[in-house]
Design a protein around this ligand. Structure first.
Ligand code: HXC
Length: 258
């Protein structure tokens, strides 16, 4: 049997998911994306998991969609199969927080995959870019849409039109990345952040994620209403009673994630 393209293990309430095509710098082919989606969906549906860390190798988070697989494709091929639609679209619907722990290259579809995650923590050797223009194409899964939202129009245009890469420091300054850490600390830092998140009440974590994402997709008044309704809804949970009671009793809350 061939080796899995996506490895996964759990550590308490945290799932660690590792892209495992290191020789091809984790180039994203259909088989890898299928496996990735299956693994993420499994963790998403598992009540015992509260947060997910997605990572690659030391050299590459992912160097993009598989160029060898794409080279012979025709318009009819990609249109009829909705190439990169399908499962990629489904990745958006993962409801638990996903932290991208990015070391090395996150290029093209790799950068888009990182941007699909909720938080990006970068190693100091990380390099981000959308170099599709050099291949005679453009980004195909959100690069032209999510990158400007993350770093602003000027820098997004610069990266997308020139294909230049951005290092971790620039990515943090621009707002794409939440933290930069030494490469040998990357996984610990990401797993620690995930452990903190997974210790919070799961319904409030999921609603917080939904609400922040709504900020990108709705006018302010609708986003505010969506937030307020979710805020109100959380008063129906046992964890709200427990969280507040624990504060009043000066102790740590024991959340039951319900
Ligand atoms: C297929 C890839 C690949 C890719 C690297 N490899 N990136 N194979 N698709 N995207 C393979 C190489 O062919 C090589 O295989 C091996 O990985 C190591 O790569 P090298 O180029 O030898 O490494 P290095 O010299 O260190 O250069 C690293 C690199 C370069 C700068 C990241 O590999 C590179 O520019 N890759 C392509 C980046 C890119 O253009 N990405 C966008 C793709 S389009 P062999 O067999 O020779 O050892 C895209 C569209 C998104 O993502 C659409 C939505 C999904």
């Amino acid at each position: 049997m061939s080796e899995a393209l996506v490895l996964t293990e759990t550590r308490g309430r945290v799932a660690l998911v590792t892209l495992n095509r290191p020789k091809a710098l984790n180039a994203l082919n259909d088989a890898l994306i299928d496996e990735l989606f299956a693994v993420l969906r499994r963790h998403d549906q598992d009540d015992g998991i509260g947060a997910i860390v997605l990572t690659g190798s030391e050299k590459a988070f992912a160097a993009g969609a598989d160029i060898a697989a794409m080279q012979p494709m025709t318009f009819q091929d990609v249109y009829k199969s909705d190439y990169i639609g399908g499962n990629w679209e489904a990745l958006r619907r993962i409801r638990k927080p996903v932290i991208a722990a990015v070391a090395g290259y996150a290029l093209g579809g790799g950068c888009e995959l990182a941007m699909l995650c909720d938080i990006i923590i970068a190693a100091d050797n990380a390099r981000f870019g959308q170099p599709e223009i050099k291949l005679g194409i453009i980004p195909g899964f959100g690069g032209t849409q999510r990158l400007p939202r993350a770093v602003g129009k000027a820098k997004a245009m610069d990266l997308i039109l020139t294909a230049r890469m951005m290092d971790a420091e620039e990515a943090e300054r621009a707002g794409l990345v939440s933290r930069v850490v030494p490469a040998d600390r990357l996984l610990d830092e990401a797993l620690n952040a995930a452990t903190v998140i997974a210790s919070m009440s799961l319904p409030s974590v999921m609603m917080a994620k939904e609400c922040v994402n709504a900020a990108y997709e709705s006018p302010l008044h609708e986003g505010l209403l969506f937030e307020r309704r979710n805020f109100h809804a959380l008063f129906s949970t046992q964890d709200q009673k427990e969280g507040m009671q624990a504060f009043l009793e000066k102790r740590q809350p024991v959340f039951r994630h319900e």
